[in-house]
Design a protein. Sequence first.
Length: 307
Amino acid sequence: MSTNHRSPFSMTSVRCCTLSLALSLGAAGLAQATEGGGSAYPRGVENYLAGAVPPPGLYWLGYGNVYSADRLNDKDGNEIPIPGFKVQAGALVLRPVWSTTYQALGGNIVFHSVIPLVDLKVNAAGNSQHKTGIGDVTVGIGLATHYSPQFHTALGLDLVLPTGGYGKDDLANIGRNYATWQPLYALSWTDAKGFNGDLKFTFNLNQRNKDTDYRSGNELFIDYAAGWGLGNGWTVGVGGHAWQQLGNDKSAGATLADSKVRAFSIGPSIKYDNGAGWFITAKLQKETAVRNSTQGTAFWLKTLIPF
């Protein structure tokens, strides 16, 4: 089997609240659009090899993330003037993966979980709050298919559990306080001396926050990467994400007009693969065209360690 198959299992992305930014801005009267303007999915987390699952075995994936934003946008993409507004977030994420030998529909079955350790600080209008701890944990199952040494796909279903710390009147939250089902599909084309391309589609089917009687509208995320393999283990190119909320939010059963989130990001992306089962990716992405959410910059690291 090609060493390119030893790539990150992308049945899901890291569920760290670093990028979900579970801020209680809606409760503070600052914004609407998904509760707090965030999401259970960390936008833009995936990179090269998004659809290429490791061969059967046990693996640890590790993620690191830093996010910073000093701007919150309204429904038209205009900045909401909030004195001293700033979000600073960081996360370390552990992701055990079991790629099994059990077969179904031409692929092998994979299980995984995601455990995020989050540090989040929010400043707004003279108020400040800093939280650290374990965010919302994810469990999932998927099906990995390798059509050739170059073409790989992953089909999966994840469940994000409301395990992170949450307070409905808090300015900063590292948990969403509701479960989210996430069906997803990812595909990758890999070439050590040529084009590399990746797409991952994730749907967020959000459940109700019982403490606020609020239900965020369902969402679609598209993570992407495109680059060129240099033939020496390095791949260079660009990556980012697109985020589109598909339906308006509901509060106490009433639909909130103009509450959909939209965003896009792009930036440089690189990968190094030693050809022996270990690799690392790095990506810097700047958000633009944001509606009803924070607009900032994120840096991502990801690595795979086989047992």
